[in-house]
Design a protein around this ligand. Sequence first.
Ligand SMILES: Cc1cc2nc3c(=O)[nH]c(=O)nc-3n(C[C@H](O)[C@H](O)[C@H](O)COP(=O)(O)OP(=O)(O)OC[C@H]3O[C@@H](n4cnc5c(N)ncnc54)[C@H](O)[C@@H]3O)c2cc1C
Length: 338
Amino acid sequence: MYTTKNISLKLYHSFASNETTSDFSIITSQNDIVAISNWSKQNDKPLLILGSGSNVLFTKHFDGMVAKMELMGIKKISETPSEVVLEVGAGENWHYFVCYCVQKGWGGIENLSLIPGTVGASPIQNIGAYGAEAKDTIKNVIAYDTINEKWEIFTNQACNFGYRSSLFKSEKNRYIISHVHFTLQKQPTLKTDYGVIREVLHERNIKNPSLVDISNAIIQIRSEKLPDPKKMGNAGSFFKNPIISIDQFEQLKTEFPNMIAYPITDTTYKLAAGWLIEACGWKGIRNGNVGCYAKQALVIVSYGIESGKEVYEFSESIIQSVIKKFGITLEREVNVIN
Ligand SMILES: Cc1cc2nc3c(=O)[nH]c(=O)nc-3n(C[C@H](O)[C@H](O)[C@H](O)COP(=O)(O)OP(=O)(O)OC[C@H]3O[C@@H](n4cnc5c(N)ncnc54)[C@H](O)[C@@H]3O)c2cc1C
């Protein structure tokens, strides 16, 4: 296992701030996972698993082991006339995996094209976009339980998936995911419910879209809407869309009739956090080296921050103004490391 000491994390996460870590290693096998967990216990230092760092915000020096997941491999483990089950190493690039499936004609994750990150992180917050979520295709998650010191296979149900949440996110840093099993469909039903997907297909004069067409449409939509982390540091949506009760929604709706909201259950509504932030006047606002992205208020961008603390403080100002105007507390989707 490769390890080193006292390095900057700048190259390892998408906000690209300059925090350091006292210890750093690269994981390429399940044995490395056990070794790194033992190291953390023997040295009494915290352990942080990093995929490609596209959903983390470092706010100070990390006095512990940052272990970058590079366990690779895509293997077919079973197949029927209608489905295929794949075992994928946690370090595989998510978008590469999507393209691999799309090219093979296996459907289920094409709407999740171009989401940055690794396969191992996909169950952590149950990544989702354009009407699809990782949980729709995840069959099992194989993870090392660092508390009980044993390997576990979690079925989809045991993962406790929710909106940008899972068992692995709520039991922070307890489990290290080595592999994920996905069930893909050979005759998939394409998800084109989102108006913007239909618009792009229409523009391209595509009447009977294939998996490749859907994936390409999503890539176009995302490239136009979201900042490229290689050019402008960010972590995608910084906040979750808040879920509120129907009573609270109806009260707010009378005061703010244009508010964007979707019914989730008979008693709850999901609000568009981007709309709330924009309504507080933040869209396109820059404060020093941090700003609220001009094309999408849910994204906080860096104009060359030295420390993630600057982003954290900016996000706190947004949270406070949304509380003041709407009485709603936004929750950060990004994993703040402090
Ligand atoms: C431009 C942009 C757009 C985005 N769009 C979306 C989107 O549409 N939908 C969406 O859901 N997300 C989106 N995100 C967020 C991000 O892409 C996802 O959360 C992604 O899954 C993070 O993967 P990662 O490998 O970079 O994880 P990291 O940022 O490295 O880690 C995220 C968390 O998972 C933990 N972790 C990572 N790997 C493992 C592992 N193997 N075992 C245990 N714990 C692990 C880390 O400790 C950390 O807590 C976007 C981000 C960016 C920058």
